[in-house]
Design a protein around this ligand. Structure first.
Ligand SMILES: Nc1nc2c(c(=O)[nH]1)N[C@H]1C(S)=C(S)[C@@H](COP(=O)(O)O)O[C@H]1N2
Ligand SMILES: [Mo]
Length: 407
């Protein structure tokens, strides 16, 4: 069962009559309960087996179910990653709480600014398309391709999607609330159940991020691909940190703490940083996602011999557009450019999400083969042949050897 959010006793509203950039008057609205959430299920949306691999609290999109003609990933097809389960939150009693000593008029958690659904909707709306991806995407390949199993959900490559988010820029919200120049850190906390693992209660899912990201392209999103968010994807409001590890995009956003000192949580100290393998003990929290590629094919797909086989796939990077995709059908001995399809990443600036590509495999020989796709991004990062091991199986970005049979 869920309980009310502690400390949420006072409700204030942002005046939207104040010009953007200026601090505004905060008018108390009296008492209101914050965001009571009914118990939900691990995942509430349907997970047809043709589209998803069901891991219980997590669900992976099957790449072979991806429609090559569609650029965006519909919410009904998007992977889900829950630490506990999807809460059902009532939008009308929902409020986002903002507090901390990094606000111009420092506020304790008990005196948080509260922004209800209607106040949020009155703020300037913006849209942004980004690749949304779990840090552990590709994790099972540490075992299957490199022989070094890593712990965590055994995703193949389907913990990813491209979404056009609708919402309000976090920068706009923070400027209206009023930011102290000394603010350095923002911590987002979800309204889902506290996360308990190995008998330890780690509290609500939360992760801090630098003020620079907050003021750059962070979004408070209520919409995905023109629809309201589904409960599984954060209804009524989630944070989106474009290009960053999925954990940074806190769902069911309950509060934002803005601080003049670095904030921490287990989600940036214990998890979602590199541990084990050759990684130093003080590896920083993970931020920007790496470069990856996937074929829109079943694992072990059967292809017809003696024909021109048109194969499709996608490549993406957390750091910006993909500039180059190469394909190998001989285990990496020779590489051939893939053809870019429709809207790629080149000209779409920061809105560029993934690149769609195709490759014509002319009359492949009968037998077993591996298909390799290797992408390079605008920062010159190219997928390696091997990903250095880490205990939690994050950032598997090596070129994947996708098995197919030609018969
Ligand atoms: N409140 C909350 N936010 C969360 C999570 C969560 O369990 N609770 N999971 C995170 C992780 S690890 C990922 S990969 C993304 C998944 O978002 P999605 O389920 O909408 O695809 O949400 C992130 N935000
Ligand atoms: Mo994730």
């Amino acid at each position: 069962m869920r309980s009310a959010v502690p400390g949420a006793t006072r409700r204030t509203v942002l005046s939207t009559t104040v010009a953007a950039g200026g601090a505004c008057a905060l008018a108390p609205l009296g008492q209101a309960a914050a965001a009571p959430a009914a118990p939900g299920g691990p995942i509430l949306k349907p997970l047809p087996t043709a589209r998803f691999v069901d891991f219980g609290t997590n669900a992976e999109m099957r790449w072979e179910s991806v429609d090559p003609r569609r650029y965006l990933t519909e919410q009904s097809r998007l992977f889900v990653r829950n630490h506990t389960r999807t809460p059902v939150i009532d939008r009308d009693s929902y409020a986002l709480r903002i507090f901390g000593d990094g606000l111009a008029r420092g506020r304790s958690a008990d005196a948080a600014v509260e922004l209800g659904w209607r106040e949020l909707r009155r703020l300037p709306t913006t849209q942004l398309t980004s690749v949304h991806e779990c840090t552990g995407n590709g994790r099972s390949l540490f075992a299957s391709q490199q022989g070094t199993p890593a712990s965590g959900t055994a995703w193949t490559l389907g913990a990813v999607g491209a979404v056009t988010w609708t919402g309000v820029r976090l920068a706009d919200v923070l400027r209206r609330v009023g930011l102290d120049r000394r603010a350095v850190s923002v911590q987002a906390t979800g309204l889902d159940d506290p996360y308990v693992s190995g008998g330890v209660d780690y509290g609500r899912v939360r992760r801090p991020f630098p003020i620079a990201k907050a003021l750059d392209d962070a979004l408070l999103a209520w919409g995905a691909n023109g629809e309201d968010l589904l409960p599984d994807h954060g209804y009524p409001l989630r944070l989106v940190l474009p290009g960053w590890v999925g954990i940074a995009s806190i769902k069911w956003l309950g509060s934002l703490e803005v601080s003049r000192t670095e904030l921490t949580s287990p989600w940036n100290t214990k998890w979602y940083r590199m541990t084990g393998g050759e990684h130093p003990a003080d590896s920083p929290p993970l931020t920007v996602n790496p470069v990856r590629s996937a074929w829109e094919l079943p694992w072990g797909a059967e292809l017809e011999a003696g024909r021109r086989v048109v194969l499709t796939g996608r490549s993406w990077s957390g750091a910006g557009p993909v500039t180059r995709v190469e394909v190998s059908t001989d285990g990496g001995a020779t590489w051939h450019p893939a053809a870019r399809r429709r809207r790629g990443g080149h000209s779409r600036g920061r809105d560029a999400a993934w690149a769609q590509w195709s490759y014509v495999w002319d009359r492949p020989a009968v037998g077993s083969h591996e298909l390799l796709a290797r992408a390079t991004d605008a920062r010159g990062r190219r997928q390696p042949l091997v990903t250095p091991y880490n205990d939690n199986g994050y950032f598997f970005d090596a070129v994947v050897r996708h098995p197919v049979t030609v018969a």
